[in-house]
Design a protein around this ligand. Structure first.
Ligand code: FES
Length: 126
């Protein structure tokens, strides 16, 4: 990820809002505040509570959230909408949007987060 992309991700994180205390492990943000998620196929990596999380707008009605760190040698992953795969640029591992491995050398799946798109808000369970 470029320095510029990190800066964009960091500024997007400003718009995250914690929900009430009873839901302290949940976060929400308006999808309109993260431009890269406003179109299907868009993705962004946000730093949330010390975790790098890859958000993927995989359809008009949904957003996926996965760990953004490859399980092989810990590089940042990216998303390729054409194949609908999460890809690691370092050694070529590929993951499906459910975190499962499509191609090694990774041997462990990516972690996934429960993530919903409700009335224009992305709701994330940490
Ligand atoms: S670090 Fe991702 S495939 Fe090696």
């Amino acid at each position: 990820m470029t320095r510029r992309a990190f800066a964009a991700a960091a500024s997007a994180a400003v718009f995250l809002a914690a929900l009430p205390e009873a839901e302290a492990r949940k976060l929400a943000f308006r999808i309109s505040r993260v431009k890269k998620l406003t179109r299907v196929g868009g993705f962004v990596i946000l730093n949330i509570k010390g975790r790098k999380i890859l958000f993927v707008r995989d359809s008009a009605e949904s957003v996926r959230a996965l760990d953004a760190i490859c399980t092989h040698k810990h590089w940042l992953v990216s998303y390729e909408h054409k194949s609908r795969h999460v890809v690691c640029p370092k050694h070529g591992s590929r993951y499906a949007l459910d975190g499962s491995i499509k191609k090694g050398p990774s041997e462990k799946p990516l972690g996934v987060y429960r993530c919903r798109l409700v009335k224009g808000r992305v709701l994330l369970d940490l």
